[in-house]
Design a protein. Structure first.
Length: 557
């Protein structure tokens, strides 16, 4: 399925940014050149957080399995452009299934791990998915059972496939079928019009209030996205890449999976438990490239001092602004503009972060002769805010256009993508990103502000309703508190019914039984006699935020 218009395809192809090679073709090319090179490696502690023993495969071994998986999907009746939902942690099996599905011409729609029944069901219905793949478990959560329950409520779903050891009844265990298949699942020949790389490869997801919407990306969109960190970090052929991000969005896929394919290196998969396990893993494999949340970058950079590792610090547009610290090794700042684009800037060993400045974004950023992968144009949406001297944290429209930016709606959804047309007929994606703006002339930075944690991910008033439905709670109000590392933490203030105390364990059990998203689980519960209100009668969430923060200790004379 090709959604990009012919003019965009011609323009990007002329510049050389778009080509004819798909993501699975990139892997096949690497397998032909380096069959004995190690391609995929599970985390050594895999068995402690999901089913299955750790695996490590060469390119030749992986290529053979990818071909069989593609043949398996075709054999059970999955056809090109069918949608395959996927919810799985970072395992070799997960990566092989993604590449196998793409080779069969399927469109992969990966779901975040924090999604539960309601989000998965809405997503499956929105895109009319034909199949769903899930791991047996992630830590203590039984993903396989949750997927089975979602499938029971969505009758159009044909198959639910399982990965791991403890596959529940009702799911098809892929691993033994592939292992015992022999030549019974020949790789399908996928015939389609137009260049294969222009066809949609994935549907990732954005949140807007309580709504979730799919973002379609072609293989060429993904290659263009991956080129940004690949070229900026000067990633060498055969690089060892450590990936702690789940392959469900632009950071994990665009800054992890695709740079690995472009470098023809080794992808080491990681499930984050703590900083020490991540840095120990990086040292044990002598990682050349490691993705990390921006607020943790200084800690990881310090722990890896002396190692030739490029720490890629990711800064979502709604996160704290890039931190200033004295880098011990090479650091690259990666600005993540929701699911729409990424911009990489090599900081090197400087203590100054490189700001995200509007305009053309090249790769590498210091060379105007490299490919221009995106153009950023900030547009004011509120009076009193100017690009030169921002004075409040209300919001901006960012007009994005370029080779990595998705340029079409998903046809079957009520899409959030809106397009801006100038008199010349130029099209560019406009996304509203309410953020704080660091007061540096011409530079956009974002930082978490009270009441804003990844705007659009959480509807605080909707959370008020969910929390208030718990027996024994008269009123409830969700609010956010800034956190140095997390950006912000979700908390809830509750007013118990008269004469009652809130049972904290029962409250969390109620949320779990309601199968709400894990992002709706509050970090802390604050019990009050009454909720603070503003003059207009709404909950004063800023006062709740201030009340929950520790008070400074005053010096005693």
């Amino acid at each position: 399925m090709i959604l990009s218009n012919s003019d965009a395809i011609a323009n990007h192809s002329t510049t050389g940014v778009w080509g004819n090679i798909t993501l699975d073709m990139l892997f096949r090319r690497a397998a032909q050149k380096h069959p004995d090179r190690l391609a995929l490696v599970d985390a050594p502690d895999r068995e402690t957080w999901t089913g299955g023993k750790p695996r490590y495969l060469t390119y030749a071994e992986s290529e053979q399995e990818i071909s069989k998986i593609a043949g398996f999907f075709a054999a059970v009746g999955m056809e090109p452009d069918h949608i395959l939902g996927l919810q799985s942690p970072n395992t070799v099996d997960n990566v092989l299934c993604i590449l196998g599905a793409l080779r069969a011409g399927l469109i992969v729609s990966p779901f975040p791990l924090h999604w539960r029944h309601s989000e998965i069901l809405r997503a499956l219905r929105t895109v009319d998915a034909k199949a769903l793949i899930t791991a047996d478990r992630i830590e203590t959560r039984m993903l396989g059972e949750e997927a089975r329950d979602a499938a029971a409520d969505f009758f159009s779903l044909r198959f639910v496939f399982g990965l791991g050891n403890d596959i529940p009844d009702g799911l098809i265990d892929i691993a033994p079928m592939i292992a015992e298949s022999g030549d019974s699942f020949p790789e399908p020949v996928v015939e389609r019009e137009g260049a294969p790389a222009n066809h949609i490869a994935t549907l990732t997801w954005v949140h807007s209030g309580n709504e979730i919407s799919p973002i379609p990306r072609s293989h060429n969109h993904w290659v263009s996205t991956g080129l940004m960190p690949f070229l900026e970090t000067r990633l060498e052929p055969g690089a060892r890449i450590l990936l702690p991000y789940i392959l469900c969005g632009i950071t994990g896929i665009g800054a992890g999976l695709v740079p690995w394919l472009l470098s023809e290196g080794t992808l080491h998969l990681h499930h984050p438990h703590s900083l020490s396990t991540l840095t120990d893993h990086a040292r044990s494999i002598e990682a050349n490239y490691i993705l990390t949340p921006g607020p943790l970058a200084s800690h990881i950079d310090g722990a890896l001092h002396g190692w030739k590792t490029n720490t890629v610090a990711t800064w979502p547009i709604t996160s704290p602004k890039p931190a200033k610290y004295e880098a011990k090794s090479v650091v690259t700042d990666l600005h993540v503009l929701d699911e729409y684009a990424v911009v990489a800037h090599l900081r090197g060993t400087s203590d100054e972060p490189v700001p995200l400045i509007p305009g053309n974004q090249f790769a590498p950023s210091t060379s105007t002769h490299g490919p221009c992968l995106i153009n950023i144009d900030p547009l004011e949406i509120n009076e009193g805010i100017s690009q030169k001297q921002p004075t409040s944290a209300t919001g901006y429209h960012l007009k994005l256009k370029g080779a990595m930016v998705p340029d079409a709606d998903w046809p079957s959804s009520e899409q959030v993508l809106s397009f801006f047309s100038e008199e010349q007929g130029e099209r560019g994606l406009i996304t509203q990103i309410p953020v704080g703006l660091h007061k540096v002339t011409g530079a956009i930075h974002s930082f978490g502000t009270p009441g804003q944690r990844a705007p659009g991910l959480l509807d605080l008033e909707r959370l008020d309703e969910i929390y208030s439905e718990f027996s024994g709670v008269k009123e409830a109000a969700a609010f956010l508190v800034e956190d140095e590392l997390m950006g912000a933490r979700l908390m809830v203030a509750v007013v118990p019914s008269e004469g009652l105390l809130v049972d904290v364990e029962a409250f969390y059990a109620y949320l779990d039984a309601s199968r709400v998203s894990l992002t709706m689980m509050p970090h802390r519960i604050l019990s009050l006699r009454a909720l603070p209100m503003t003059e207009d009668g709404s909950v004063d969430r800023q006062k709740l935020t201030r009340r929950s923060q520790p008070r400074p200790v005053e010096a005693v004379a």
